[in-house]
Write a protein that binds this ligand. Sequence first.
Ligand code: NAP
Length: 248
Amino acid sequence: MAKVLLITGASRGIGAETARLAAARGYSLCLNYLHSEAAASELLDSLRRDGHHAIACQANVAVEAEVDAMYRAIDDEFGRLDGLVNNAGILEQQSDLVDMTVDRWRRIFEINVTGSFLCAREAVKRMSTRLGGEGGSIVNLSSRAADLGAPHEYVDYAAAKGAIDAMTIGLAKEVGDQGIRVNAVKPGLIYTDIHADGGEAGRVDRLKTGVPMQRGGSPLEVAEAILWLLSDASSYTSASFIDVSGGR
Ligand code: NAP
């Protein structure tokens, strides 16, 4: 039976690339998105054309009722869940902390942190062997920013990813005896549209000379690490982090 995977923020960037790779490796998929309906539909259609079992669910991961409805759709369509990629995330405009607003911090923490907590909670309810599930794997998208701090750009985003690091360790310890592994990937400078949303579309190229490997990374290079952590090939790996950052 195909394993069932929920990828949040699967309409573009790292999430979409992870969906393509996961489908190619035999997973059935729930593709979550928020605004990019056309991109999500296009991805869904292309996966279905290739014979994969997939659904798309529009849900704001920071809104409990919408996350609940998304999980009910997964229950109805697949009747099981084997993995979660907590990938949905946002940046705000580059700024010093001194100029940031409380509203901005609320958005950053609600989507990047509360959203990941909500999706993880619902995944644990379905995958925990203690609660009748068959176990599974959760992969959180952290960031190298959690360690580098993102000064003059997004200290709030870096702090939110620091919270994801702590959640990865704590949840892994909580559910380690319930058949669930929890790990995180920490991308560095990856070519996606998130940088344009932060106000600098060319950010990766500006900073790439500071990367030991002298280049930015591709979404596929991140997806490969995510897929390894989801798979049985990493069966003794939990509460762990993989930097996908060219050494930066
Ligand atoms: P991206 O291209 O901007 O894509 C972000 C995805 O998240 C989109 O599919 C978006 O959906 C979704 N999303 C945003 N807010 C959402 C919400 N409230 N509910 C549901 N979905 C939501 O970003 P990316 O670069 O692929 O980043 C993916 C993850 O990797 C993020 O967690 C990011 O922080 C992390 N990361 C990225 C980099 C990098 O250099 N790119 C580096 C380190 C970490 P819609 O478009 O449908 O709204």
